[in-house]
Design a protein around this ligand. Sequence first.
Ligand code: GCO
Ligand code: MG
Length: 433
Amino acid sequence: MSNVTIRDIRTIFTEPDGIRLVIVKIETSEPGLYGIGCATFTQRPTAVKVALDDYLRPLLIGKGVDDIEDIWQTSYISSYWRNGPVLNNAISGVDQALWDIKGKMANMPVYDLFGGKAREAAAVYVHAKGAGNSEVEDEVRGFMAEGYHHIRVQIETPGGFSTYGTGGRGSANIETSGTKPDEGPRWITQRIEERDPNVKYAHPGGVFEPRPYMRAALGLFDHLRSNIGFDVELLHDVHERIPPILGVWLAKEVEQYQLFFLEDLFPPEDQEYFRMVREQTSTPIAMGELYNNPHEMTPMVKDRLLDFMRVHISQIGGLTPARKLAALCEAFGVRTAWHGPGDTSPVGHAANLALDLNTSNFGIQEYSIFGDRTREVFPGSPEVHDGYMWPNGKPGLGIDIDEDLAAKFPFEERAYGGAWSAPRRADGSVVRP
Ligand code: GCO
Ligand code: MG
């Protein structure tokens, strides 16, 4: 038992490449000993800071750094009501920072604290996207030439919406991932503009219709398999946007294209539909980034309704709960595929990597290519080459933050406070991600 205590807990905001990142830094009673953790909830960053400054900091200052499990449990119940993404992200920042500290004290990487490596590096997937089949094909070929074996493919939907979400080369395109459609089925563009020429697409998130999207996606898979073949693993993210029964149909239709996985076919609220999918197709299913509590995943795992668990580690409270969720998944043959979009900081990616290396039921690691400035702000950011993310062997999470440089990239002003800008259907109704 060390006598090292938590001296201060600070929240650091930085936006080096157009995505708002939230980092927690725990300074200890030991001069020069500190840890960092990811608490990035890019749509609600200031709420996470309030949760840290006003609630966790007063609770934890002066506590010993050793007992991470007790600190996690104490923090989790300190709000009594079960946590959502804001409180969980706050706890995650503390939790990951404490694992970082413990590794530094033990002079071991976090994956060694967990029991060592089950593999040398973690296979990653990257994001290819485009307005048409050939554009996506070019991106896929480019990534294959760079050594990637797993590539997520998304295509702009005729009539409006880029189904990208975030990702790609440091893309900032989270809040307004829609586009103004210049073409697409006339009944979409025409109907809105004929109804009221002044409307002119008052949908910052774009217009999304299920059938054009599904036709475009199936056409893309057919094009890629016909032109590139089956020696590359293709993934796709439905992003929860289509009516459930169409999701059942789509999961069957894509079976011929042998996807590595089909992600977020349904929103969490409709997860019972996965039972229909499991009875009708062997398309590998990925789900989880929108879950905020590990217990939401339990029914899915125990009934083997998914193949890849896609939880966003900071949304469920950090490495401490994530390790347990990975172990639960192992018992049911479910593999990990931790969420790793542009709105996960390199610290969060380093935390993902610690589990990727240690857990035997690793599946794949999402990697949203860090922008150059982001890499500079976070020395020790995991290196990626030949399609794998590699550890640097340094103690703790093996990464740091250059606070002076981080301060040079303050959060930019955003419309609507940086809210998630959902697409709308042609009739103007909002599409729930
Ligand atoms: C993914 C996710 C992201 C999310 C984004 C939300 O699979 O990477 O769907 O694209 O949309 O993380 O902020
Ligand atoms: Mg997703």
